[in-house]
Design a protein around this ligand. Structure first.
Ligand code: GRF
Length: 208
């Protein structure tokens, strides 16, 4: 079986990246993680990736002379690794149309809310303030508008009395670690509909 060569982009602790690495240890998993790139020197996830024997790179976005210069270097590094799919996993950097277009239909992100509700930052507190009864997470294809691209998979968790942003974030994170590997598997094996296949965003609900 040919496995899809996948790179993971991180900025921080990398717990979703670790969930993807763990899933991809199984030779039957349809994606292999060939590279982890951080835009923040010393990002915690880099140590986890190195310990797992994965190639890593740090491309500091600062001092590069603008977003696109940073992205051109990142793009070149991804191509050098033979990357076919990109997974953003806590990658805290807005991407320009240059990079988004280059990876259109081949780049996934995970966001810790049930999109289209609560895109952007501070999502858990905004969900609590709105009084919604379910939170969750979404894996979607990346488009140039943040947290808006076609939805691949979602998982819902209850919001419980007494929750605050950290307790809700912790419950959602457990679901993220199941959802992202399932969603990547669906995309890598061609079981998730491709963006643009229909007028409405497509939804794939893997069993959790
Ligand atoms: C996750 O909640 C993810 O959904 C969001 O940023 C957080 C990253 O956490 N985009 P980690 O680095 O994967 O632990």
């Amino acid at each position: 079986m040919k496995r899809v060569r996948t790179a993971v982009l991180i900025s921080g602790r990398g717990s979703n990246m670790k969930a993807l690495l763990d899933a991809a240890k199984d030779p039957a998993y349809p994606a292999e993680i060939v590279l982890v790139v951080a835009n923040v020197p010393g990002a915690g996830g880099l140590d986890i990736a190195r310990a797992a024997g994965i190639d890593t790179a740090t491309i500091d976005h600062r001092g590069k002379g603008g977003r696109e210069a940073f992205e051109r270097e990142l793009h070149a590094r991804l191509l050098e690794a033979g990357t076919e799919l990109v997974c953003l996993a806590g990658f805290m950097r807005l991407l320009t149309p240059f990079f988004v277009d280059a990876w259109a239909g081949k780049m996934l992100n995970i966001h810790p809310s049930l999109l289209p509700a609560f895109p952007g930052l501070d999502t858990h507190q905004r969900a609590l303030d709105a009084g919604v009864k379910f939170g969750g997470c979404t894996v979607h294809f990346v488009t140039s508008e943040m947290d808006v691209g076609p939805i691949v998979a979602q998982a819902a968790v209850p919001i419980l009395p007494g929750d605050d942003a950290p307790t809700l974030a912790a419950r959602v994170l457990i679901a993220e670690h199941k959802l992202y590997p399932a969603a990547l598997a669906a995309v890598a094996s061609g079981k998730a509909p491709q963006p643009g296949a229909g007028a409405l965003p497509t939804v794939y609900n893997p069993p959790l």
